[in-house]
Design a protein around this ligand. Structure first.
Ligand SMILES: [Fe+2]
Ligand SMILES: [Fe+2]
Length: 302
């Protein structure tokens, strides 16, 4: 049954696969007259004291942060998937091939996000700070209970699905290259979400209610760690906005914008994954009580 899922997932992955040059050529240019992020994630239009140009700049800076945050999370997904694959390499050929395909795609995504960052930096003309470094973030996250890490990865895959399907697919105003990035990422992440579901099930196998609860504790602790990183990222984003627009925000403006953008980031990276019905469905199959627990926490990140 599980073997058949690996086989099917590998077949879908082969159909969906693409090359980096198909998405962004080495000298392609992003269109800085357009927003990069859908408004439901960027939430810049409600910032009354920013003019339209400043809102677009903030939207693009949020796009840059998206590239770097995905670069960051994919750096811990890759070693985790490799470590999960390794002990079973000889047992199930379909499992081995599907997980190696998954790992290879994440390595490609890391490279693609880097290429987009280079294109962004070529065109934007102002420095944008980012949280990290990725190796330190990965080391901290991977020090947690593996079930908790697998739940974070499952959350990220479903969150990526939601970003594209709910917000990007029908948005005709975005920079076409950025839109294409989010589309191509969605295409491959659809298979990852299924494989992550199997990873979570494998790691939860034979575990009692208490051990599952510990895995969910680890998931929430990683979520809290990421949330602190998001708060720090908002400060970097507002610094970049000031540099790019030449406008210094007043203290009250900055406090209000920081709170509003922190919540927008929480929805983008935490709430949209944690409240995803498929993510909650997987957690519910491990423990209905833990599903209720997460469903209760998720609205804080809305
Ligand atoms: Fe990815
Ligand atoms: Fe992925």
């Amino acid at each position: 049954m599980t073997t058949a899922t690996y086989e099917r997932t590998l077949a879908s992955a082969k159909k969906a696969t693409w090359e980096i040059d198909d998405v962004l050529g080495p000298t392609s240019r992003l269109d800085f007259s357009k927003p990069f992020m859908p408004e439901s994630l960027a939430r810049v239009e409600g910032s009354g004291f920013l003019d339209p140009v400043q809102r677009r700049l903030l939207n693009q800076i949020r796009g840059h942060a998206y590239l770097s945050i995905f670069g960051l999370v994919e750096e811990f997904i890759l070693p985790f998937v490799m470590d999960h694959a390794r002990p079973g390499l000889a047992q199930d050929d379909w499992r081995t091939r599907a997980l190696l395909q998954f790992a290879g795609e994440e390595a490609k995504h890391i490279q693609l996000f880097k290429r987009f960052r280079e294109a962004f930096e070529r065109g934007f003309g102002h420095r944008c700070g980012t949280i990290g470094p990725p190796e330190a973030v990965a080391a901290h996250i991977l020090s947690h209970d593996p079930l908790g890490v697998a739940l974070v990865i499952l959350h990220i895959e479903w969150m990526t699905q939601r970003h594209y399907l709910d917000s990007v697919r029908t948005d005709e105003g975005l920079d076409p290259l950025f839109k294409s990035l989010l589309k191509h990422h969605w295409m491959e992440e659809a298979q990852h979400a299924r494989l992550d579901g199997l990873m979570v099930e494998a790691l939860a196998q034979g575990k009692g209610e208490e051990e599952i609860a510990r895995g969910v504790d680890a998931y929430l602790s990683i979520g809290g760690f990421l949330d602190q990183g998001l708060a720090q990222q908002v400060d970097f984003d507002l610094d970049a906005l000031e540099r790019a627009s030449g406008r210094k925000l007043g203290e009250a403006e900055r406090t209000a914008l920081k709170a509003q953008q922190h919540q927008a980031n929480r929805w983008t990276y935490l709430g949209s994954g944690m409240s995803h019905p498929e993510f909650l469905g997987t957690v519910g199959r491990l423990s209905p009580r833990q599903r209720e627990r997460l469903a209760g926490v998720a609205p804080a990140f809305g």
